[in-house]
Design a protein around this ligand. Structure first.
Ligand SMILES: Nc1ncnc2c1ncn2[C@@H]1O[C@H](COP(=O)(O)OP(=O)(O)OP(=O)(O)O)[C@@H](O)[C@H]1O
Ligand code: SF4
Ligand SMILES: [Mg+2]
Length: 351
């Protein structure tokens, strides 16, 4: 019997705690600097895997930790604890500072939310796309001749639908959609296996969004990459993603095949999130779930209280004393809620 291949990305018990609090100094007491320094739990015991060729969606409200999680995976940030494995090899323990020169750097690339902010204003489109090829020097382009570099940049521009005439322009001379294409061409320039997309179309108008999403879908088919796709647009996530994870205050509260999660969400937060999509299921009237209460603080949260307690319409005293763990609800579908009920057919099958 042969062993199953390792998943492309394997995240296990990952944490990122930011130290927050006031440092003493002038007016220390006035600004509360006598308070002890605390820990903000941005990513709190997160585990999941992404298979080769898979598109995994990541959704959740602002501040739940999506960008922090993807920044840990791209190793722009150091984890506080836990493991990040790429093709079975641990990359979580390498310091973020040295990661830029490691052979793993080209294998995980990122497309940022705001192409304008992420492009160097002093670099033309050509320079922006050439930069990672030059810096990360994938083996197949060595030795890097001027002609080879030019040919590769032009090939990438064509792949991303960017006219050659635009390659000599600076970011301020490009439209939002053109900048997004430069950002994507730059990210795929070094043949990544995993492309992380942190709200890649959020800054674009709707018609351009559609074109860029189609481009991403085409590139995935052509180049065989896996995507980790962060978005607030649930309809897009449903359309593009094979699986989806729902994050709430640093924790994954639901994960599963997109179809299963969208058709039959089990966690009260996912239900509330999906109920906010207008005309989500044609012909099906969804009742908007309105959440009361205030979100809990991510600073030094209690390890025993469900993070959604206080806002959850189903919460009771059990939710205040025991943190719910992810449990199987249906095939490949898990939710972290004491009150979530698994699919009876699925339970009969696994019994
Ligand atoms: N460098 C930092 N120092 C302290 N706290 C931080 C830092 N970066 C992020 N945070 C906090 O971590 C939490 C998660 O932030 P993050 O940016 O990951 O959220 P997000 O889900 O990406 O939000 P959005 O949807 O608005 O982009 C927030 O409470 C944020 O204030
Ligand atoms: S465990 Fe309790 S508070 Fe948490 S989501 Fe479930 S019902 Fe709501
Ligand atoms: Mg973010």
């Amino acid at each position: 019997m042969t062993d199953a291949p390792a998943p492309l990305l394997d995240i296990a018990s990952l944490y990122k705690l930011f130290t927050v609090g006031q440092k003493p100094g002038l007016f220390a007491r006035a600004r509360g600097a006598d308070k002890p320094v605390a820990k903000l739990h941005a990513v709190d015991n997160v585990s999941f895997q992404v298979a080769r060729g898979e598109t995994m969606g990541l959704v959740g409200e602002s501040g739940c930790g999506k960008s922090t999680l993807v920044r840990l995976i791209t190793r722009l940030l150091d984890p506080s604890d836990g493991s990040i494995r790429l093709n079975g090899e641990e990359i979580g323990h390498m310091p973020a500072k040295g990661f830029g020169s490691s052979p793993y750097r080209p294998r995980v690339q990122m497309v940022f939310q705001d192409a304008t902010d992420s492009l160097n204003p002093r670099y033309t489109a050509f320079d922006a796309i050439a930069d990672p090829i030059y810096r990360l020097k994938p083996q197949r382009l060595m030795p890097l001749s001027k002609d080879k570099l030019k040919a590769r940049v032009e090939e990438l521009a064509e792949l991303c639908g960017l006219p050659q005439a635009l390659l000599s322009r600076f970011p301020h001379q490009l439209s939002g959609g053109q900048k997004a294409r430069v950002g994507i061409a730059r990210a795929i320039a070094v043949d990544p296996e995993l492309l992380i997309l942190d709200e890649p179309t959020a800054a674009l108008d709707v018609s351009v969004q559609v074109v860029i999403l189609q481009l991403l879908e085409t590139l995935k088919q052509k180049l065989g990459m896996s995507y980790l796709f962060v978005s607030h647009d649930l309809n897009v996530v449903r359309l593009l993603c094979d699986r989806v994870m729902v994050m709430y205050l640093g924790k994954i509260v639901e994960i599963g095949p997109a179809e299963s999660v969208f058709r039959n969400p089990r966690h009260p937060y996912t239900k509330a999130l999906l109920s906010a999509i207008p005309h989500f299921e044609p012909g099906v009237e969804t009742q908007r779930v309105r959440l009361g209460g205030e979100p809990r603080s991510p600073i030094d949260p209690s390890p025993n209280v469900c993070r959604f307690y206080g806002r959850c319409p189903k919460g009771d005293s059990a939710c205040e004393t025991t943190m719910p763990e992810l449990r199987a609800m249906a095939a490949g579908h898990q939710a972290a809620c004491h009150k979530a009920t698994p699919d009876p057919d699925f339970m009969r099958e696994v019994a």
